[in-house]
Design a protein around this ligand. Structure first.
Ligand SMILES: [Zn+2]
Length: 218
């Protein structure tokens, strides 16, 4: 039997980083929705070809196509594999669809791990990005500060905040996350399949906590 562990967490909570790190140390597969989509398109799978026709038309890939892709991914995984889903399900309908899709792909949903970070810490993480408008170098006021505050290490230009990293944009992204993903968290919580992790620490600390939660699941 193949097993799926769903990773949940707000933008800036570090779920992709944690999923990748723990996948590397345990031999699990990290399946981010973006990578799954790119892989299916580049390999020209039936779902990938369908997805490509939507993407070429500038349209969103519909859930039905995404669902086929999930089944393809599961079928393609070796027996006994553990897959970390990162970015799917992202709403309640997808969460409800996942169990039957898993069954179709010879898998079961072992549970979900939610990375909790307080909202002000998320805002600090996401809002701390600085970019050099001249050479493109990236910084972060907390985790990767420039040598001289507000100045690019490479070319000395004044650093800027990209539109994506402005407080109002970040607040909007967090609101979208809340309204779409909070019901997914509730869904797994009700099923008794949710593990919450305090993800306020360093990447290494978070990976360690995820690993512990995982051992109780798979
Ligand atoms: Zn620069």
């Amino acid at each position: 039997m193949k097993k799926i562990v769903v990773f949940l967490g707000a933008p800036g909570a570090g779920k992709g980083t944690a999923a990748a790190a723990v996948a590397a140390s345990t031999g699990a597969r990290h399946v981010s929705t973006g990578a799954m989509l790119r892989d299916a398109v580049s390999r020209g799978t039936p779902a990938g070809l369908e997805a490509k026709s939507y993407m070429d038309a500038g349209a969103l890939v519909p859930d039905e196509v995404l669902y086929k892709m999930v089944v393809e991914t599961l079928v393609g995984a070796p027996d006994g594999a553990t897959l970390f889903f990162d970015g799917f399900p992202r709403n309640l309908a997808q969460a409800e669809a996942l169990a039957p899709l898993a069954k179709e792909g010879g898998a079961e949903v072992a549970g979900a791990i939610c990375l909790d970070v307080a909202k002000d810490a998320l805002l600090a993480r996401l809002g701390g990005r600085r970019t050099c408008p001249k050479c493109g170098a990236g910084y972060h006021v907390l985790s990767l500060p420039p040598k001289v505050e507000g100045k690019c290490d490479v070319c000395g230009s004044d650093l800027a905040v990209r539109d994506d990293d402005k407080p109002e944009t970040i607040a909007h992204r967090l609101e979208i996350y809340e309204s779409a993903t909070a019901p997914v968290i509730g869904f797994y919580e009700k099923a008794g399949a949710l593990r919450r992790i305090d993800a306020s620490g360093s990447a290494a600390e978070v990976a360690d906590l995820v690993l512990k939660a995982l051992k109780e699941m798979v």
